[in-house]
Design a protein around this ligand. Structure first.
Ligand code: CMP
Length: 140
């Protein structure tokens, strides 16, 4: 496997319920290294830009409303095969379908308020990490 970077977001539903520490503990416990991290609140326009790829989907408006409804924690992760490993730790998008023990199974409320986000491929990971962090923010 190659060393990769990926973007993790702890979403408003999870931050709001005080689950950020627990989720970061799982990330670190799985050997994914935190290289940059920020607590922030997305503006509506920022949420729309971040999820632009989903613009045509019926849930886009609701998703952007939700993602700007409260604070999130954005994290740049690095590890061998980080993209797939973070997605495995999160579980399927829909918490009902997520495997037992995964973050979304344990903490997700529904398919929209599903606790965390993760980049799905190397190209999207590069775009998403750069969306939130400059090279100066990334700790080597
Ligand atoms: P995420 O991994 O951040 O990528 C896109 C997000 O859209 C997804 O997690 C969910 O929060 C949301 N989403 C995906 N599918 C649906 C759906 N069918 N209905 C509502 N929201 C969805």
């Amino acid at each position: 496997m190659a060393i990769e970077r990926t973007l993790a977001i702890i979403k408003p539903d999870a931050v709001g319920r005080g689950l950020a520490g627990d989720i970061i503990k799982r990330i670190e416990g799985a050997g994914l290294r935190v290289r940059a991290m920020r607590l922030m609140r997305l503006g509506r326009a920022q949420a729309e830009a971040f999820y632009e790829v989903h613009k045509a989907r019926p849930f886009y408006g609701s998703l952007c409303e939700y993602m700007s409804s409260g604070p999130v924690v954005v994290i740049a992760l690095e590890a061998d095969g980080a993209i797939a490993r973070w997605r495995e730790l999160m579980g399927a998008t829909d918490p009902v379908k997520a495997a037992p023990g995964t973050i979304r199974k344990e903490f997700g409320m529904n398919v929209e308020q599903n606790a965390t986000h993760g980049s799905d491929a190397p190209e999207t990971a590069a775009r998403e990490v750069a969306f939130f962090f400059s090279s100066l923010d990334i700790v080597a």
